[in-house]
Design a protein around this ligand. Structure first.
Ligand code: ATP
Ligand code: MG
Ligand code: MG
Ligand code: MG
Length: 419
């Protein structure tokens, strides 16, 4: 066995498409057998996969933009996959799916290889906490790599602090980095964790104007149209772009809030579980975990909370273990209690878009361009859409696209519509 691709091929020879039901990983894969092409995503679709099928051929890519200007025939429809905005003939393979395309007939069969649990388990506190500690520890260990200490992007929130503590324990050494801006940061909270663990820690302060200038790059990388997601990803993409030095394997605490409903600041358990069910039903296609956000700067990112075993465990816990004793993400906090300072374990959730001042900086350039407060959300949606059209659909290099020009255009359009 020489690598992951060989392993996958051997599994495929033995199990056929069921091979993809066996693998817990971060991948997009294609296997061609002559008459048939198989295109597979991991359970979370954490490496996006796009296709453009035609008669007797299939173009496939982990980035939609590379399929945008392919000439030739329009391509065949793929009813089981999502179309990509303004890219005729281009489809995104759903998360946790193998598409089998018959090249002779052009027909496509979709096989789901994973789905989020709809049922919930009632387990006692100790068991929930203990098994979370174990699956998360395994997920972190399996992501460490062999060359030097891992790097954790650390906010001092419970999600990234938990990953940092486990990575430190497993690797024996740890690098951490925190980003902030001139308007806001979480440096003191991250420092508490870095000092507690004894990690080699760095703080990077970016200007919000530099952050906003990278909006085209974030959208180009994530190929996502959701303005909220783009606000989460912009500070991280900017952080990856600011790390100097050799390429790193980066562990994040990204995604823990989805199965734990950390964002919803919700006390009532039915609403909390509705939020989990909704978010697990709708994550696909947002491309939050896309590796391109960091690989465009030479770094590899990996997200232990969306490890298949961790995710299955977290999603399926009954809501009362997620919100308990007045605390959000209770089960995770309890699992990490012995590894982190008390103030970290009890620190309320703060989103990366809030802690870095990203949301408010993006809102501010819109209102400065005359967009009324109540139109800011729809203006953000339009800015993101326009940047997607220019960088992904039209193939403009993000360095050559100005956030301020696009904001100006969107503000003018809104003004015209009002008059
Ligand atoms: P919590 O959700 O409880 O605030 P968190 O801060 O670790 O915990 P998020 O706010 O959801 O998680 O942010 C997602 C991930 O992005 C973090 O787990 C962390 O890896 C990374 N991140 C967030 N803010 C920063 C920051 N200021 N500097 C470096 N990395 C960050
Ligand atoms: Mg979080
Ligand atoms: Mg946070
Ligand atoms: Mg620019």
């Amino acid at each position: 066995m020489t690598g992951d691709a060989d392993l996958l091929l051997q599994l495929f020879h033995r199990y056929g498409i069921h091979a993809f039901r066996l693998v817990n990983g971060r991948y997009a894969a294609t296997v061609a057998t002559g008459q048939c092409v198989y295109l597979a995503t991991d359970h979370a679709g954490s490496v996006p996969l796009y296709i453009r099928p035609g008669r007797g051929e299939v173009f496939a890519s982990t980035e939609a933009k590379t399929l945008a200007r392919h000439g030739g025939p329009m391509g065949l429809p793929v009813p089981s996959a999502r179309r990509v905005r303004r890219l005729a003939g281009v489809y995104q393979v759903p998360a946790g799916t193998v598409l089998a395309i018959d090249l002779k007939t052009g027909t496509t069969d979709a096989h789901r290889t994973w789905a989020p649990a709809l049922s919930r388990r009632i387990v006692d506190e100790d068991e929930a906490v203990q098994s979370l500690r174990e699956v998360l520890d395994t997920a972190v260990r399996s992501r460490l790599g062999q060359d030097g200490p891992p790097l954790v992007v650390l906010s001092g929130g419970i999600d990234s602090s938990g990953v940092a503590a486990l990575a430190h324990r497993a690797a024996g050494a740890l690098d951490t980095v925190s980003m902030g801006t001139e308007t806001s940061d979480e440096f003191p909270q991250a420092r508490v964790v870095a000092e507690h663990l004894g990690s080699h820690h760095r703080e990077l302060t970016l200007q919000t104007s530099d952050l906003l200038a990278r909006l085209p790059h974030t959208i180009w990388a994530a190929e996502s149209l959701d303005p909220d997601i783009i606000e989460y990803l912009l500070p991280l993409n900017s952080l990856y772009g600011t790390l100097k030095g050799p390429q790193r394997r980066i562990l994040t605490g990204y995604g823990a809030d989805i199965p734990l409903a950390g964002m919803h600041r919700e006390d009532r358990l039915p609403d909390l579980d509705s939020a989990v069910a909704y978010d697990m039903e709708t994550f696909d296609g947002l491309n939050e975990m896309s590796p391109v956000l960091s690989t465009m700067y030479g770094h590899w990112t990996t997200h232990p909370y969306w490890d298949r075993e961790v995710l299955d465990h977290l999603v399926s816990l009954e809501a009362g273990l997620k919100r308990r004793y007045g605390r959000d993400k209770w089960v995770l906090r309890a699992a990490m209690a012995e590894l982190l300072p008390h103030e970290t374990v009890t620190r309320p959730k703060l989103g990366v878009h809030e802690g870095s001042g990203t949301t408010s900086a993006f809102s501010l350039i819109l209102t400065e361009h005359g967009v009324p407060e109540e139109s800011v959300p729809s203006a953000k949606r339009q800015v993101v859409q326009e940047l997607f059209d220019r960088t992904v659909v039209n193939g403009e290099h993000p360095d050559h696209v100005s956030t301020w020009d696009v904001v100006g255009e969107v503000a003018d359009q809104l003004k015209e519509r009002r008059t």
